[in-house]
Design a protein around this ligand. Sequence first.
Ligand SMILES: [Zn+2]
Length: 101
Amino acid sequence: MIKPYECTQCGSTDFEEAGAKRVRCAHCGSLFRLMTHEPSVVINKGAKVVFGRNANVEIRGDLDVQGGAHVDIQGKVTVLKGKKQQEFKLELIRTGKKSLK
Ligand SMILES: [Zn+2]
């Protein structure tokens, strides 16, 4: 498995998933938000999104439709995944040392 990022706090490359787009360092417990350079579209629970008949939409990157969202596509919607390997960037949410249980 490719691990293209390392912990900014301890340098470890072992991470575990901690929810959507979040990872936790397995070594020191720091929590990070996983940022990608690809834009992503997130349609949240409860949303009602209609792409009308004349829609001509290209989404470059990820399209994430949460459970409970209603998406009605009548027109043309194309999701293009980037051809380049995605680059990841970590944004520190909190360090783990003080919040370890
Ligand atoms: Zn760490």
